[in-house]
Design a protein around this ligand. Structure first.
Ligand code: AMP
Length: 487
């Protein structure tokens, strides 16, 4: 059941309904009443874990049965503390997202929770708000720990915690590598209630006895699949071993591969799973296309694309750190203002890049997949995949950096012959063929990709003039070509 389904029950106009009830069509009226009874019990069942106030339940019952608009579930009914509610209001959140509706009551109840959800679903608040409610007042030692795979996510989550808890006295400290220990050690010594950390740096602080996890009540393993991909599992296990057994554990992961399943069995107690649909589709607001090209023309093509497209801000994704540096240099040479983001850069450089890009100082951010998940960067008008992503889900994450908050966005993927299999995997993953396009006025060298349609197997391309350009459309799609935004 989606959030929209929960919150919006369009009432039948009263007159229409009473007409049915009084007239001959009683059976239709009864059917409607039955449906509404059923819906009411669904809602009750949905909230069985919450202390839903009786008055509110009665109001909702009346609303459902008598066809009045049902008040949307608000944060007020979830059992959060007043200070946390004030914090949420200050952030402008009005209604809880599905993962918040389902996760908050469970964590408040003290259950271990597996959130099968990815970034963008509101999961930070889903675990942050109940933890802050439960912690309530500052203590002597850290009582909550949030583990994050990257420094950027750690810093983003720390900011969210500070925002949520702005009306309380709870203290949050962020720990990540790539910066000096001094400030972090000072913060730990001054006292903190919540630690948001990447695993390696936290272990360093623990081994230096700068902090302890002995009093931990809440542990959150955020983006667990990402931590696995990045090789953090041994560190994560070491950290868990240092936490008390009677802690509450939550784990959030877009996917649950077998190794995470094993971790769940080892680290969690009778967890409840909250599954929020995996995003396999590309938002309707994003227009995306693939640009086949010969390997040695990738650089030329990316320059041509950036030269022709009138973008506000663009993220160029590369598969490797070395590749990102190389593309960054290439674009700088062509007088683009470029920031680079990957895990080999110093923390100060990474922060400068992200801030500069967010503030509009740089028009281009060249990044590895470190920036594809979770980073909340507004107003990215274009995404260019200089390299086809290796994991199909990263395609959705990457191009999801544009077209956010209902704005439109464009995404271009440069594809060479070696990328065929990855591209097919992406198309299987999103369940759609992605249109192939060709830049007009670009002096293409031959690549076997241009013959794909003739050999069968791969989608058949059909070339045709579209607008000013030459477009490869899928043979199944009729007229090929797509929107090429010029702003
Ligand atoms: P997250 O998935 O936690 O990274 O959240 C993604 C974005 O959604 C962040 O910018 C949050 O501030 C925002 N957000 C989370 N929950 C809500 C909510 N209930 N209402 C409005 N915005 C929200």
């Amino acid at each position: 059941m989606t959030h929209a389904q929960i919150c919006i029950h369009k009432p039948l106009p009263i007159n229409e309904f009473s007409g049915l009830l009084l007239g001959k069509r009683k059976s239709i009226a009864l059917k409607i009443l039955c449906k509404r009874f059923f819906r009411f019990f669904l809602i009750l069942n949905f909230h069985q874990n919450q202390a839903l106030g009786q008055a509110q339940a009665v109001l909702r019952f009346i609303a459902v049965m008598f066809l009045l608009p049902i008040p949307a579930m608000s944060f007020n009914s979830l059992g959060l503390s007043d200070t946390v509610l004030k914090g949420i209001r200050a952030m402008g959140y009005e209604d809880p997202t599905p993962i918040q509706l389902r996760g908050i009551p469970l964590i408040l109840e003290g259950r271990d929770v597996i959130g099968s959800a990815q970034t963008g679903t509101g999961k930070t608040a889903a675990f942050g708000l109940p933890i802050l409610t439960k912690l309530d007042k500052p203590g002597d030692q850290p009582r909550a720990l949030i583990l994050e795979p990257t420094r950027e996510l750690a810093s983003q989550v720390e900011t969210a915690f500070r925002d949520f808890s702005r009306y309380s006295k709870l203290r949050t400290t962020v720990l990540y590598g790539g910066v000096k220990y001094g400030k972090q050690t000072d913060a730990l010594q001054t006292g903190t209630d919540i630690i948001v950390a990447t695993p390696g740096r936290l272990l360093d602080h623990l081994s230096q006895r700068n902090t302890t996890l002995k009093h931990l009540e809440y542990l959150v393993l955020d983006e667990a699949d990402r931590m696995l991909d990045m090789g953090f599992m041994p560190d994560v296990k070491k950290i868990i071993q240092k936490c008390p057994d009677n802690r509450h554990t939550s784990l959030f992961s877009a996917t649950i591969p077998p190794i995470i399943e094993t971790l769940i069995q080892w680290a969690m107690k009778d967890p409840e799973t909250v599954e929020i649909g995996m995003r396999r589709s590309v938002a309707e607001t994003i227009s995306h296309a693939v640009y086949p090209v010969a390997f040695d023309q990738k650089d030329e093509l990316v320059l041509e694309l950036l030269g022709k497209v009138d973008f506000d801000s663009v993220i160029v994704f590369c598969r490797t750190k070395v590749g990102a540096d190389k593309v960054g240099r290439l674009l700088k040479k062509e007088n683009h203002s470029v920031a680079i983001l990957h895990s080999n850069r110093t923390q100060a450089e990474r922060e400068r890049s992200l801030k500069g890009f967010r503030d509009g100082k740089y028009e281009v951010l060249v990044a590895t997949d470190i920036a594809s998940r979770g980073l909340d960067i507004a107003n990215v008008s274009h995404v260019v995949n200089y390299d086809v992503p290796q994991h199909p889900e990263d395609y959705v994450h990457r191009i999801g950096r544009t077209g956010r908050a209902a704005a439109s966005g464009d995404a271009f993927t440069i594809m060479v012959a070696e990328d065929r299999q990855h591209m097919e995997a992406i198309e299987r993953f999103i369940g759609k063929k992605i249109k192939r396009e060709k830049m007009d006025d670009f002096d293409y060298k031959y690549t076997a990709l241009f013959d794909d349609g003739k050999r069968g197997g791969m989608p058949r391309f059909r070339g045709g003039a579209v607008g000013r350009g030459y477009s490869f459309g899928m043979s199944t799609r009729g007229k090929g070509g797509g929107r090429k935004r010029r702003r």
